[in-house]
Write a protein that binds this ligand. Sequence first.
Ligand SMILES: Cc1cc2nc3c(=O)[nH]c(=O)nc-3n(C[C@H](O)[C@H](O)[C@H](O)COP(=O)(O)O)c2cc1C
Length: 158
Amino acid sequence: MGEVLGHITWPVVLVGAYKDGRHNVMTAAWVSQVSLDPTLVMVSVGPARFTHDMIADTGEFVVSVLARDQEREGSFCGSKSGREVDKVAALGLKTRAAAKIKVPLIEGCISNLECRLVARYPAGDHTLFIGEVVASHVERPDAVPLLMYRGRWGGFAR
Ligand SMILES: Cc1cc2nc3c(=O)[nH]c(=O)nc-3n(C[C@H](O)[C@H](O)[C@H](O)COP(=O)(O)O)c2cc1C
């Protein structure tokens, strides 16, 4: 089954959360826009992720779309947990304050979406968090997005 599902091309984003002075980011591929008006996005997060309860408790998250040259960030934030390591500090990620929520934005990615949680649904072994995009920032409009296909990193060819 995993072999077949691996043939779906994944976008790669960082999902950021902030709680009690702690900023954490995790890599996510199961993410999508789900409504235009209001603008809603969905991210599917496993309950064991450190990020999971941060989002559930604060009701806020940031989706940062990664560029092709950010494979290192995607790999690191997708293999280490914020429980053990401060990923933002370890990678030296540059951040800045968001406009409407407490979760900082990540500089150097393609775009940042500030999201307020409007619904959550259990979905098998993951939780679907639906967020309304309350502010958005395009950082690198011409950058090529980072993708994953069949377990391999790649990029979008125009
Ligand atoms: C390419 C890639 C995509 C991933 N997509 C997801 C995802 O959509 N949902 C999820 O829960 N975990 C996903 N993960 C796994 C988490 O990023 C990983 O478990 C991470 O260490 C969790 O960090 P945290 O404990 O700090 O929240 C992905 C990992 C990689 C490398």
